[in-house]
Design a protein around this ligand. Structure first.
Ligand code: NDP
Length: 349
């Protein structure tokens, strides 16, 4: 029996209110931070969309490294239980008062709004982007978060273009394979680091110019060799703890260190003097949320990704799919560095 009108705190978008007779949906809830075992498959009620909200039925949900930070508490959530996942694609099934961006029946996708590991959810309609018919739900769920991330990193955090020499860690990952292709399209020289020979082959097949296997080679020394001592204009570092401070040794004087992730753990606190000692370096710690906060930026960034996908210049490598309810295994594989390219979680829809 569903409890009558029970409000569940910390539950913003699905199961926000459980009402008697409300249609049940299923998804993942986390009741305490921890390993993949804290991802519990449960039933709840979505409720109807309030003002400015849309209700969507997911066909595909994106898996991203940030989901692990949410699960472990590295990026704390306001309360428990919560539903992780920040990216999805599906159809609009209802809209609340005042919604003009989408209507029932629209095919849509989004990134950056937590609560995606569910069959249905409520979401602010202004965070949704309409999908062209030629882009499948699966591709959309794989490309929104990682694609828009690459868009802002290469176009707006640093302006990558012909002549740019860049170092990209985790070049065969989801964000990595998109970045390799996009940077090549822009005319850059991409030096990519990976953990294995197979991943090196994959990165090169997606446009990476030079690969370094950083589990057995000193990546800073190899960057020096590859560039003939000239080093890089920009380093894109999503590894964090394990690649700091060596990533800084790969930069030219006045180069830019873009620290955008923590796959190995967070970068420790450091003395800002290191930036001066290593050549008047610049450093930034960007997040997609800031770069798509305004709806016009969200739409421009999503369009840039979609245009490249539709033109064929960018292929989204969905190299793993899992049923949504088996997301715990997907987390294990992502953390164990077993995945390449993007991973999508499929609902029964
Ligand atoms: P990936 O598919 O790139 O998977 C992570 C990869 O990181 C692994 O495959 C592995 O590649 C590498 N890695 C290195 N050290 C470790 C380690 N200790 N444990 C696990 N993996 C490790 O994931 P995503 O594309 O989803 O994300 C990549 C990174 O980008 C993450 O750090 C994520 O947080 C960040 N990100 C940041 C955004 C932002 O706006 N700031 C937005 C999107 C992503 P290998 O085996 O080759 O070492």
């Amino acid at each position: 029996m569903i409890p009558h009108a029970k409000r569940i705190t910390g539950y913003k978008y699905w199961h926000s209110v459980i009402e008697e007779g409300a249609k049940m949906t299923r998804g993942i809830r986390v009741h305490a931070y921890g390993g993949p075992e804290v991802l519990k498959w449960e039933a709840g009620a979505v409720g109807e969309p309030g003002p400015g909200q849309a209700k969507i039925r997911h066909h595909a949900v994106g898996l991203n490294y940030i989901d692990i930070y949410h699960r472990t508490g590295l990026y704390p959530q306001p309360g428990f239980p919560f539903t992780p996942g920040t990216e999805g694609a599906g159809e609009v099934i209802a809209v609340g008062e005042g919604v003009s961006e989408v209507k029932p029946g629209d095919r849509v996708a989004y990134a950056g709004v937590i609560g995606a590991y569910a069959e249905e959810r409520l979401i602010p309609a202004h965070r949704l982007v309409k999908l062209p018919d030629a882009i499948s739900y699966e591709t959309a769920a794989a490309m929104m978060l990682q694609g828009m991330t690459v868009e802002y990193l290469l176009n707006r955090t640093y302006r990558v273009g012909p002549g740019t020499v860049m170092l990209l860690h985790a070049a065969a990952g989801g964000t990595g394979l998109i970045a390799c292709q996009w940077a090549k399209h822009l005319g850059a020289t991409v030096i990519g680091t990976v953990s294995s020979e197979e991943k090196a082959d994959l990165a090169r097949a997606h446009g990476c110019t030079h690969t370094i296997i950083y589990t057995r080679e000193d990546f800073a020394e190899r960057v020096r060799d590859i560039t003939g001592g000239a080093l890089c204009d920009v380093v894109y570092d999503s590894i964090g703890k394990d690649t700091f401070p060596k990533s800084l040794d790969c930069l030219k004087p006045r180069g830019l260190w873009v620290s955008f992730g923590n796959a190995s753990g967070p970068v420790p606190p450091f003395d800002i003097g290191i930036l001066s000692a290593k050549g008047s370096l610049f450093a930034t710690r960007p997040t997609l949320a800031t770069y798509i906060a305004a709806r016009e930026d969200l739409l421009a960034s999503a369009s840039a990704v979609m245009d490249l996908v539709l033109s064929g210049a960018l292929k989204i490598a969905v190299n793993q799919t899992y049923p949504l309810r088996e997301v715990a295994q997907a987390h294990r594989d992502l953390e164990a560095r077993k995945t390449t390219g993007s991973t999508v979680l499929l609902t029964a829809a």
